[in-house]
Design a protein around this ligand. Structure first.
Ligand code: SF4
Ligand code: SF4
Length: 298
């Protein structure tokens, strides 16, 4: 029951209430154009290269039988398509410029890290958060990890795009205390163009989770020229009215951290404008003037 884990981040304060341990799984069925964690899209291990750490020693070029690395005139280039993820160059690199992203771990192995911070969960109201990639695509792994936490009364939270089957949702539902549910676009055309998925599937999951009485925080990334428009905000407002028990709505203004992470793994991630402060305030007032006060900027 192993899956590729990108990171187990302890003492996180951004992924649900209190102090949390956030588990980032590798692999997502969507491909959002602005993805801030592009290393979480592929279900395979990936090689990451940080140019700033490289001293051009050439050791990686020597050990790589697939001829991924090439250093000429102190310029290091990589042909990522040839990489077979053997990890030999990572071992050879003394500068830590090369990292294989994705460790093959069991739920029990991850839980051993999670349980170390139980004292912080008790004091802060925190717990475990499973994040992505997309946890619904790793449903058996997620289920086992959630069960291990529940056996120790550790509060659980799952960040999800909702892009998965109802069968998968149904499996993990009893073991999740709080869903951080992403809502990114509000039409099938935009879903196809910008996130590579189906809005209907996402809304079906959302509705199912809500109807089961689960706690939900809606998370809405705001991406200039993609969804910072009245039509999308009206759709968010409509959700707030139709589903009054949503705990809160978080607006997440776009940031471009994903671009350098993408470059490190040989992926081009689109760059958008950073939202201005006055625009952010306008988004908030859009909701407040409609009497929807549970909206926050993060
Ligand atoms: S992981 Fe293996 S195949 Fe990929 S670049 Fe390194 S040595 Fe070459
Ligand atoms: S082994 Fe590391 S430091 Fe040396 S050339 Fe390769 S990436 Fe750069």
């Amino acid at each position: 029951m192993k899956t590729y884990v990108i990171d187990v981040q302890r003492c996180s304060i951004h992924d649900g209430p209190g102090i949390r341990t956030t588990v980032f799984l590798k692999g997502c069925p969507l491909s959002c154009k602005w993805c801030h964690n592009p290393e979480s899209q592929s279900f395979q291990k990936e090689l990451s290269f940080q140019e700033a750490l490289c001293v051009n020693c050439g050791l990686c070029e020597k050990v790589c039988l697939s001829k991924v690395h090439s250093i000429t005139e102190n310029k290091h280039t990589l042909d990522y398509r040839k990489c077979i993820q053997c990890g030999e160059c990572e071992k050879a690199c003394n500068s830590k410029a090369l990292t294989m992203i994705g460790r093959d771990l069991t739920p029990q192995e991850v839980f051993e890290v999670v349980r170390k911070d139980m004292v912080f969960y008790d004091q802060s109201g925190g717990g475990l958060t499973i994040s992505g990639g997309e946890a619904l695509s790793h449903v058996n792994f997620s289920l086992q990890l959630l069960k291990l936490c529940k056996e120790q009364d550790i509060p659980t939270c799952m960040e999800t795009s909702g892009y998965g089957s109802i069968t998968a949702v149904d499996k993990i539902l009893p073991y999740v205390d709080l869903f951080l549910f992403d809502y990114k676009v509000s039409s099938e055309e935009d879903a196809k163009e910008y996130i590579g998925g189906s809005l209907e599937c996402i809304l079906d999951s959302f509705n199912y989770i809500y109807e089961q009485g689960k706690n939900i925080i809606l998370r809405c990334p705001i991406i200039p020229f993609v969804n910072d428009n009245k039509r999308h905000f009206e759709a968010i407002a409509e959700l707030a009215i139709t589903y009054p028990n949503i705990l809160s709505i978080e607006l997440l203004p776009y940031h471009n951290f994903g671009i350098s992470k993408g470059r490190n793994i040989g992926k081009d991630i689109e760059c958008y404008a950073i939202p201005k402060d006055e625009d952010k305030l306008e988004w908030l007032s859009f909701f407040y003037t409609r009497g929807i006060n549970k909206v926050h900027l993060t």
